[in-house]
Design a protein around this ligand. Structure first.
Ligand code: FAD
Length: 276
């Protein structure tokens, strides 16, 4: 299908983009277009105006230092995955990004776009939540920082106001003595996961596990002190695995048990390697 007609803008500055978004009725931001364009084509979304931020100066910046990784809104998944410093400072980025779609989609799709799109089947909102990162946004009344825990408010719904633009996402560095793990099962390589799990185990023993494709929103569960073999069962008390054409609810629950144990053991092994 073809999209319904819309007015298209491609501003060059953030101020211009913010002004357009605030002044145009029923306007939507477009970044890489890898989720929005299919929705437009299927007429599941029909905004009157598109504000394409791909030419906005300064949004394609990736800044890595010892404190973490700041990913600008126009940094593509592929750029982040290819950056050795980003992968070193926060290894969960590389581990998860390798599972995001196919190379062609990673070449266009942005990590920040994926995060604010708030799809429960997407990897990067879960990674941001497990790491307790944040997203910076700007709107007509100024800027603010949204903690990952406050970002996703429902299925495909973030806490950004309609006139706000996400400018970057912040992923904290992996602390000394901490380790991470990531695993997912998909029907074919590059497909959305049937279930995916990300884990962070900290030096003091605090353990957090995040789930994608289990329920309507990305969910993080604290499993500190729980044996990896039992952690999936413990997490299921906080999850609502559903059934669909890809998998039954019972199969998803079993994947939660198996993958949770796997990623927690992987994170612990990673932690011990880093302690060296
Ligand atoms: P867009 O499509 O441009 O926008 C998506 C939404 O976010 C829109 O509502 C838009 O308004 C909003 N938005 C985007 N950027 C901003 C911003 N800076 N400020 C405010 N709002 C913004 N993703 C996965 O995580 N895992 C997968 O396995 C996966 N598989 C895929 C397979 C296929 C065949 C396709 C087509 C896509 C797949 N994706 C997958 C989605 C892909 O990762 C997208 O790139 C990503 O979800 C959205 O990024 P984008 O830059 O393309 O955003």
């Amino acid at each position: 299908m073809k999209p319904a007609p819309f007015v298209y803008h491609r501003p060059r500055t953030l101020d211009e983009a913010v002004a357009l978004l605030a002044s145009e009725p029923d306007a939507k931001v477009m970044a890489g277009g890898q989720s929005l364009v299919p929705l437009l084509s299927m007429r599941l979304a029909g905004p009157a105006t598109i504000v394409d931020v791909s030419a906005v100066a300064g949004l394609a910046t990736l800044v890595v230092d010892d404190g973490g990784v700041r990913v600008g809104a126009m940094v593509r998944h592929a750029d982040l995955l290819a950056d050795p410093d980003a992968r070193r400072v926060q290894p969960l980025l590389g581990a998860a990004l390798a599972h995001v779609a196919h190379p062609t989609i990673r070449n266009r799709g942005t990590t920040v776009g994926s995060i604010v799109h708030a799809d429960a089947a997407a990897e990067m909102p879960v990674v941001l939540a497990v790491l307790e990162g944040s997203v910076d946004v700007v709107g007509p009344h100024g800027g603010r920082t949204i903690a990952a825990a406050d970002l996703v408010v429902g299925p495909l719904e973030s806490s950004l106001a309609p006139d706000e633009i996400a400018t970057s996402a912040w992923f904290p560095a992996l602390a000394p003595g901490a380790g991470v793990g990531f695993a997912e099962i998909a029907r074919r390589r590059g497909d959305y996961a049937v279930v995916g799990v990300a884990a962070l185990v900290e030096a003091g023993g605090r353990a957090r596990v995040g789930y994608l494709s289990v329920g309507d929103v990305p969910t993080v569960v604290d499993v500190t002190g729980v044996d990896p073999a039992d952690a999936g069962e413990a997490a299921l008390a906080h999850l609502e695995p559903g059934g669909d054409v890809h998998a039954s609810a019972a199969y998803r629950a079993q994947l939660v048990r198996v993958l949770t144990a796997r990623v927690l053991r992987e994170a612990e092994a990673h932690r011990q390697t880093r302690q060296g």
